[in-house]
Design a protein around this ligand. Structure first.
Ligand code: TYD
Ligand code: MG
Length: 462
């Protein structure tokens, strides 16, 4: 065998025989690393395991689409409705799921808990390259995970993992984490782009050949993306992100890619002393610490997939000491904030130019729906005029550039959620709304334009 080397961009997996200062494909600077590889010797035998090691997927004969297995026969509940919803109804057998998130967010905890549930009906193998078996056992005890069909294996060598899978014949394999695994036949070092790619490929082939569900843990890099080659995301069926503030207890799981379901659903968990617990009523949790009688805070009802969630938006305006005022947005689109400020300045004559503006969505939620515009605008006006938004009011609606309030989707479920949580009134768009069809139990205030919000915040000297 002849050893050769190639230079690979760590951002996008572009390969070139020489190191380049700037990647011609993704434009990243200084991202090339050397990867050694050996030219493969011609394959002597066509044995199944040799083929599998190379990541080959066994092919099936063609069949009529009606004869293919149905969805019910291939999905398996994880025991956590919050996670099942994000997966599109449960774990698909033979699929590869990548769960990614910052260190310490709770990936291993969540997976061990799921393994505990799944192993009641299936055989589960938890491969850990990060923790010792004693540590895993200690954690399982703390999480009260106990099962005869849950196997742990502290190994990082892919060949040994594959032969253990062959011996044990598990239904579910968890690999924690993909960055710690290595294929002995790939000459580059552990955690390198080609090691991650080859290990993921071997596990992907294992999933497809034997109908095993594989869950991979992926570390994130400094920019928040998944560490390793970009192709990793294409090699798996679903990519989930586990997020949250480390010093707070809620965790949100969301899908950024899912071949078997929608990607707009979220699952909400809370980290407790005995592991992660599902939060069935996220609105109540997000509102639990809401300040009363303080300006700049406004509640909105956003849709996270099919579920309405009440969230709190906070705005703070302070006299600026900079030549150009500062604007920051956490959980909300930064350029949308600029746009809304521009609309408020032009249509209502408010002056934000002397103020720094800070906007924050409480609880790590990300609001990317236009239906949240009006609540952001209300929080901004409230902060500027230093008059609180009524405590029991929810605001929903999209704001147009002319200051008009535009219709939104799912109005009924939003109004119902606000009523369910005991809010007494909700501001909604008048356009495109059939008031009579809305649920009762809450006072509905339809408005046409942004100017109709002003009476809530009378100028102090008026
Ligand atoms: P872990 O699952 O190890 O995170 P990851 O695999 O994403 O790196 O989670 C570790 C954190 O979770 C650690 O800070 C302790 C906390 N934790 C709890 O609060 N309660 C628990 O029951 C467990 C097991 C962990
Ligand atoms: Mg871990």
């Amino acid at each position: 065998m002849k050893s050769k080397s190639v230079y690979v961009c760590t951002k996008c997996d572009y390969q070139y025989p020489k190191p380049l200062g700037r990647c011609p494909q993704c434009g990243a600077f200084g991202s090339f690393v050397e990867e050694k590889y050996e030219e493969p010797a011609p394959e002597k035998t066509g044995s199944a395991s040799a083929a599998r090691r190379r990541g080959a997927v066994r092919s099936e004969a063609a069949m009529r689409i009606d004869d293919a297995p149905t969805e019910d026969s291939v999905r398996s509940g994880t025991g956590y409705a919050e996670l099942d919803r994000v997966l599109g109804g449960g774990l698909v057998l033979g699929s590869v799921v990548l769960l990614s998130g910052e260190p310490g967010i709770g990936k291993s905890t969540l997976l061990l808990q799921i393994c505990g549930v799944l192993s009641k009906t299936r055989r589960v193998l938890y491969v850990s390259g990060e923790e010792s078996s004693a540590q895993l056992r200690l954690r399982a005890k703390r999480l009260k995970v106990k099962s005869d069909e849950l196997y742990i294996f502290t190994e990082t060598d892919m060949d040994r993992i594959l032969s253990e899978c062959e011996r044990l014949k598990p239904d579910v394999v968890v690999a924690d984490s993909i960055q710690t695994l290595y294929c002995p036949t790939t000459p580059s070092s552990q955690g390198s782009v080609s090691q991650v790619r080859d290990s993921a490929q071997a596990l992907g082939a294992l999933a497809k050949n034997y109908g095993i569900s594989v869950i991979l843990v992926g570390h994130v890099n400094k920019e928040g993306g998944i560490a390793g080659p970009k192709v990793l995301e294409h090699m798996v069926d679903a990519v989930l992100y586990f997020e949250g503030e480390r010093n707070q207890n809620f965790r949100i799981i969301r899908a950024v890619k899912n071949r078997y379901g929608a990607t707009n659903e979220i699952g909400v968990f809370e980290m407790t002393d005995h592991g992660l617990e599902e939060v069935e009523n996220p609105s109540a949790m997000l509102l639990s610490g809401r300040p009363k009688g303080v300006s700049g805070s406004c509640t909105v009802c956003c849709m996270e997939g099919t579920r309405p969630i009440i969230a709190e938006i906070q705005a703070l305006t302070v006299k600026t000491s900079f030549p150009s005022p500062k604007r920051t947005a956490d959980g909300f689109d930064y350029s949308r904030l600029y746009l809304l400020i521009a609309v408020l300045e032009k249509r209502l004559g408010l002056k934000f130019s002397d103020y720094d503006v800070y906007l924050n969505v409480v609880g790590g939620l990300r609001l990317d729906e236009p239906a949240c515009d009006l609540a952001v605008a209300a929080a901004l006006i409230s902060a500027l005029r230093d008059i609180p938004v009524p405590y029991d009011l929810v605001v929903v609606g999209e704001l147009g550039l002319a200051g008009e309030v535009r219709g939104i989707t799912n109005l009924n479920s939003r109004v119902r959620e606000a009523a369910r949580l005991g809010f007494s009134s909700i501001i909604i768009p008048k356009r495109g709304t059939d008031i009579a069809s809305l649920p009762d139990g809450i006072e509905v205030k339809p408005i046409r334009g942004i100017y109709e919000l002003l009476p809530l915040f009378p100028k102090k000297d008026e």
